[in-house]
Design a protein around this ligand. Structure first.
Ligand SMILES: Cc1cc2nc3c(=O)[nH]c(=O)nc-3n(C[C@H](O)[C@H](O)[C@H](O)COP(=O)(O)O)c2cc1C
Length: 336
């Protein structure tokens, strides 16, 4: 097993040594890779540079190649950039992949190695995180494992990218996703150090999460009665799913009619899936009536409805004030 690993490593070594001259003819010899990661060189890149405050680029780069790509991604996406700085910087000797006893060789041979990070990086409040690293022996450097295992990526779309002499991203992105155990991880991408702006732009456009992925997790249906936005606890059912789909395509404005001294009713303009149940309503209830009408109650009625939700921040008296005063306009939007 060890012997096989050694053979693979030697093969890889030959491969990326030969390929260390990238397309632009820039030699990238191991000796040069010894440049230490210099925190001051970051030039404050661990500060946010928000054009889009919910997008962040996080990068680990031992010799600056991945960091240069990361900076271009940050500029193109308007994101902030944060750098994973090792507590113990990597020296030239540490990065010497020709030495099977070097620090990187030992770390990459040890799946449990977790090199410490100098400064904690917060991903709080970010919805999209680009995560960049160099390929070391066909894998992500172990410090990336330290990083992903110490963060909760719930609700975050993680977009991995790497640079290398020649190796592809391989399984490195999947391995990090498994170690993270949370987040919406998309297929990662390998770039050469000489990647062009237009190649990056195309990739950024292609990988950008759509409105219905990742970033929409905080979004919800919002309800405005005339000029008053009300808080709603929406049901989790197929009728509300269909309503969400309808509204996410286009805001809904519904002209309602006062009816019966207890409700306002208006047409949705199309039928939603229904699962009617005999119900006695109370003030604040939002119901689907006969599949294609929405009803908001300020009083009580007994009928077979499908429940859509319930207004939670208005008392019965508030609901009467809002609805028992002539026909109202209901606006339903989808947003954060
Ligand atoms: C320890 C070590 C192992 C490496 N292993 C590989 C490899 O398996 N495949 C490859 O194509 N390049 C390999 N490289 C080359 C780097 O991936 C490449 O130079 C990368 O762009 C460096 O990024 P950085 O400057 O951001 O650290 C290795 C470099 C080092 C230092």
């Amino acid at each position: 097993m060890k012997r096989r690993l050694l053979t693979v490593m030697l093969g890889l070594a030959m491969m990326f040594t030969l390929a260390a001259c990238d397309g632009a003819g820039n030699a990238d010899p191991p000796e040069k890779q010894g440049t230490k990661t210099d925190t001051s060189e970051t030039g404050g890149s661990n500060a946010r540079n928000d054009g889009r405050s919910d997008v962040l680029v996080v990068v680990f780069s031992a010799t600056g190649t991945t960091k240069r790509v990361a900076e271009k991604i940050a500029v193109q996406t308007g994101a902030g950039l944060k750098e994973i700085i090792p507590a113990a910087p990597y020296s030239s000797a540490d990065l010497n992949y020709s030495d099977s006893g070097s620090r990187t060789s030992r770390e990459q041979n040890d799946a449990t190695a977790r090199p410490a990070i100098a400064e904690n990086i917060s991903i709080e409040g970010y919805k999209i995180v680009y995560l960049g690293y160099p390929i070391w022996w066909g894998q992500a450097p172990r410090i990336l494992s330290t990083f992903v295992e110490s963060h909760d990526f719930s609700g975050v779309t993680v977009i991995p990218f790497c640079t290398s002499g020649s190796s592809d991203i391989g399984q490195s992105d999947d391995a990090l996703a498994a170690q993270a155990g949370s987040g919406n991880w998309v297929q990662g991408k390998r770039f050469s150090g000489s990647v062009t702006e237009s190649e990056l732009k195309k990739w950024i456009d292609d990988t950008k999460p759509t409105e219905t992925e990742g970033a929409d997790m905080e979004k919800t249906l919002r309800l405005v009665i005339n000029d008053t936005e009300v808080a709603v606890e929406w049901e989790k059912n197929e009728s509300v799913d269909a309503l969400t789909e309808l509204v996410s395509a286009k805001d809904l404005t519904i002209q309602m009619s006062m009816y019966g001294g207890f409700e306002q009713v208006g047409s949705l303009g199309r039928s939603l899936p229904r699962n009617d149940v005999q119900t006695t309503t109370s003030a604040g209830d939002i119901m689907l009536y006969s599949g294609d009408k929405i009803v908001v109650f300020y009083g009580s009625n007994s009928w077979a409805y499908t429940r859509l939700g319930r207004i939670t921040d208005q008392s019965a008296a508030d609901m009467t004030r809002l609805l028992n005063n002539g026909n109202v306009t209901l606006k339903i939007t989808y947003g954060g």
